[in-house]
Design a protein around this ligand. Structure first.
Ligand code: PMP
Length: 369
């Protein structure tokens, strides 16, 4: 039995020799590698989740609300309140994490014979979900400081004519926000040659110094904003992502979503969390301050730091970033090596975790000046 491996099975050719995505889940004292929120949900919210889930449990013999109407209404309310743009339930769609939102978008707008582009380094799952949905992947350019050069990006869109364009703002793993003017220029380029879908992945936008790009969906039916409750809401374990777009986009993803994809338990838990939005956004303010402290602390140690609008910071430069990652790990602190040569990424944790991280980097840099 054990001599049979994946590649001995009749899997699709494009999956041969590939490894699954995933950061190492190591049991070390300080884990700052997956851009999670370090604060557990407040007790009051935990109790409210228990209540709402108990209520949902009484109806678990039935399938959940397939259209998740109550949840989408509350998400629309949250977006309207925080995004400086009114949206309704018909503009919002929800799924199991924004990864599933992205998968549904690629199943609908990508697929065999079609392509998607992202400006790399960026969130590597965009390319991996493209592969999983049979969509060709194009790696678009970024400047050396990890900003997007609108002209170079427009050229890549015009030359390649992708069906889907990903713009991640703030970008993972670099933390870089994208100017609204750049998004508009790329949207125009993406509509000029053929009508392509532009997905702005705003997984980290609540941590940004700038407002959400949500208002840009007005009058732009092929622009989608993708969001998640995994980061700002501190609910990575919940698996709840959502999008805001023209209602026609919401109608389009219905063509590929699995019926009842969002369990009644998920919907109940997300609704409970949305009742506590203000408390949760209070943690976001603390994390933004800690993120800025990490930037200052790393610079004081002599590291280079990429400007960050997210809940993480890209720092370097190391002659051998993987060796530096290992040395920081040896000090009990797990950060992320995203494979960007010379750079590592640290997630903003609690003040104590961030102190431990800064001590570890100081020790490592002391050892390898
Ligand atoms: N987009 C970006 C840019 C991310 O970094 C992540 C998570 N690392 C996601 C989407 C997916 O998050 P989730 O599926 O938990 O919503």
């Amino acid at each position: 039995m054990s001599d049979i491996g994946i590649d001995d099975l009749p899997i699709r050719d494009e999956l041969r020799g590939k490894s699954p995505y995933g950061a190492p889940q190591l049991d070390v004292p300080v884990q700052l590698n997956t851009n999670e929120n370090p604060y557990p949900l407040p007790e009051q919210l935990v109790r409210r989740i228990a209540e709402r889930v108990a209520e949902a449990a009484r109806g678990l013999n039935r399938y959940p609300d397939r259209d998740a109407v109550e949840l989408r209404t509350e998400l629309a309310e949250y977006l309207t309140r925080t995004g400086k743009h009114p949206v309704g339930m018909e503009n919002v769609w929800a799924a199991n994490g924004s990864n599933e939102v992205i998968q549904q978008l690629l199943q609908t707008f990508g697929g065999p014979g079609r392509t998607a582009i992202g400006f790399e380094p960026s969130y590597s799952m965009h390319g991996l979900i493209a592969r999983g949905t049979g969509t060709g992947w194009i790696s678009g350019p970024r400047n050396d400081d990890f900003t997007i050069d609108p002209e170079a990006a427009e050229k890549a869109i015009t030359e390649n004519e992708p069906d889907v364009v990903f713009i991640t703002s703030p970008n993972n793993p670099t933390g870089t926000a994208v100017e609204a003017e750049t998004v508009l220029a790329l949207y125009e380029a993406a509509q000029a040659t053929k009508l392509s879908l532009v997905v702005v992945d705003e997984a980290y936008v609540e941590f940004s110094h700038r407002p959400s790009l949500l208002p840009l969906i007005e009058g732009r039916p092929n622009l989608v904003i993708s969001r998640t409750m995994s980061k700002a809401f501190g609910a990575a374990g919940l698996r709840l992502g959502y999008l805001a777009a023209h209602p026609a986009v919401v109608d389009a993803v219905q063509l590929v979503r699995l019926p009842y994809h969002l369990s009644a338990v998920t919907q109940a838990t997300a609704l409970a969390a949305l009742e506590h939005t203000d408390t949760l956004l209070g943690y976001v303010e603390q994390l933004k301050a800690e993120r800025d402290r990490l930037v200052d602390g790393l610079r004081a140690i002599g590291c280079e730091v990429t400007e960050s609008d997210a809940n993480f910071v890209q720092f370097g430069k190391f002659p051998d970033s993987h060796a530096a990652w290992q040395k920081i790990l040896d000090q009990g602190v797990l950060v992320r090596d995203n494979g960007v040569p010379g750079w590592l990424r640290v997630t903003a944790g609690t003040p104590e975790e961030n102190d431990a991280f800064l001590d570890a980097v100081r020790a490592v840099r002391g050892a390898t000046p």
